[in-house]
Design a protein around this ligand. Structure first.
Ligand code: SIN
Length: 509
């Protein structure tokens, strides 16, 4: 049956999905979210805030320059400029919508985070930026007449258009029924792949599903090897691991070993505020060496901790740590994926009818290492741009073909994968380990079929194997130096066939 459909399908309800949905008006939107609104997205857990050039001594050009420097040679400079220039306006609009950013009199209250040359991070209730912003967005979405919400609906596969491109989604409703939702335009906003790792700060359900779905229709995956590890996840055995925001280090908290010795000044002139990849590697090596790593906020924050960092304080309390009087045990945790589905600066994937925004997308903004607190802003700026293009998109006739749900990994297999990813594609990698990881993926795939988590893991492993250098979040023990002329990685589903013995391509054909 031929359908000329105007509704826009959006999968995912973090900051990027919700902002895109709001700005797509008057175009009707069907918004699918696998969990109830507000749950299951990394946005809700973001602590630091939103980076934007809001201070009198700041300027978008400085914000763009910091973004480009942190990204270690692989940032798309147009993306960085667009982000930085749009930043202040996005904060004003969110504030007008009800996001309770803190003010200092008439001025914005701004925190300092690593690799920013200025205090530039607009915050909400100390360390609750994500939750505060998400609450305001959810209120707005619930009131928006152009948005039809389907809570508890998960995208299982994209529907191919018989002509070319994407024609919608095969979705599972909350009681398990499968539905074909046809649409001229589909936006993937499903977030991270941190859940592929044993230690992560993201919801463990975020397993890079969008990468697997999009590549089956021909999308390209850019820079999958660049996974950012946050240096100070609180190491109290919780899964996912709670975060101790970088803003604590911005306030003067220091990193020490179990003897109380501060270790960052010997490693980088900016010490605890060095770029995130450098701090994460230092913390990782401390732990490997047995010296331990702890975030000590006793002098810098002390008794004001519960008021100024309530979310971190609660997380510490859940592990019987009192950060007013004790150093916090920390470890690096998979936190953000710089890579993702390749898009242009308006979220278009190059596959007709298919768009991607937020963490599952990659337009080159973050390069090899994302600048702290640029991710919420990424969702806002590029979500709005995608919405603008989608408002103007011409109607498209589609004939939807067949889409099949991917197999699901049983929990025990998922835990095997998460352990192997942490061991072999973590803060430090090498050829032997990455090949061992691919062998684990092969075994799991033989046993359980080409699950989306396995496809996403294979993209990370293959990207990491092919990048024979160290840069930003990707550190190869066997290639510790950067190459002179870096280029982005671009992989398709067909490239995975060249990785050691696998069946993904056969299954997709
Ligand atoms: C943090 O608050 O440390 C995290 C901020 C970010 O990941 O951008």
């Amino acid at each position: 049956m031929q359908a000329v459909t105007r509704p826009l399908l959006i999968l995912g309800a973090g900051i990027a999905g919700l902002w895109t949905a709001l700005h797509a008006a008057p175009r009707p939107v069907i918004l699918l979210t696998g969990a109830p609104l507000g749950r299951g997205s990394s946005t809700a857990w973001a602590q630091g805030g939103v980076a934007a050039a809001l201070a009198d001594d700041d300027a978008p050009a400085l914000h763009a320059a910091d973004t480009i420097a942190a990204g270690a040679g692989l940032v798309d400079e147009d993306a960085a400029r667009l982000l930085a220039e749009a930043g202040p306006g996005e904060i004003e609009d969110l504030y007008a919508l009800g996001a309770p950013f803190e003010k200092d009199g008439e001025a914005w209250a701004l925190s300092r985070e690593a690799a920013h040359s200025r205090a530039r991070v607009a915050r909400v209730k100390g360390d609750q930026a994500g939750a505060g912003i998400l609450a305001a967005l959810i209120d707005a979405v619930r009131q928006a007449h152009h948005i039809e919400l389907r809570e508890g609906w998960r995208g299982e596969a994209l529907l191919p258009a018989r002509e070319r491109g994407c024609a919608g989604v095969l979705a599972r409703d909350p009681v398990g029924g499968l539905h074909r939702l046809e649409a001229a335009d589909t936006v993937l906003a499903t977030g991270s792949l941190g859940g592929l790792y044993a230690v992560t700060t993201t919801p463990w359900t975020s397993q890079g599903q969008a990468l697997a779905m999009a590549t089956k229709l021909g999308a390209v995956i850019r820079d999958p090897e660049f996974v950012q590890f946050h240096p100070t996840a609180i190491d109290i055995g919780r899964d996912p691991a709670p975060l101790a925001t970088e803003a604590l280090r911005g306030e003067g908290a220091i990193l020490i070993d179990r003897e109380g010795r501060r270790f960052m000044p010997d490693i980088h002139p900016d010490a605890e505020l060095a770029p995130r990849d450098i701090v994460a590697r230092a913390v990782h090596r401390q732990i490997q060496s047995g010296a331990g790593a702890f975030l000590d906020a006793r002098a810098a924050v002390g008794d004001t901790f519960p008021d100024r960092f309530p979310a971190v304080f609660r997380a510490c309390a859940s592990g019987r740590i009192d950060p007013r009087s004790q150093p916090i045990p920390v470890a690096p945790a998979a936190h953000y994926h710089m890579g993702g589905i390749e898009t242009d600066l308006d979220g278009f994937t190059g596959v007709d009818g298919l768009w991607a925004v937020g963490e599952c997308a990659s337009n080159g903004l973050h390069g090899a290492n994302r600048l702290a607190s640029n991710s919420l802003l990424d969702g806002l700026v590029f979500g709005r741009r995608a919405a603008q293009r989608l408002r103007e998109a011409a109607p498209r006739s589609i004939h939807a073909g067949h889409g099949a749900a991917a197999p699901v990994l049983p929990d025990i297999a998922l835990q095997t994968l998460r352990g192997a990813m942490a061991r072999h594609a973590g803060v430090e990698r090498d050829k032997t380990g990455l090949e061992a990881l691919l062998a684990v993926v092969d075994q799991l795939e033989t046993a359980h079929g080409p699950a989306s988590a396995l496809i996403a893991a294979r993209f990370v492993a293959l990207g990491a194997l092919r990048r024979e250098e160290s840069r930003g979040g990707h550190h190869r023990r066997d290639f510790p130096q950067p190459q002179a002329r870096p280029a982005p990685t671009r992989l398709t589903l067909a490239d995975l066939a060249q990785a050691p013995a696998n069946r993904i391509l056969e299954a997709a054909e």
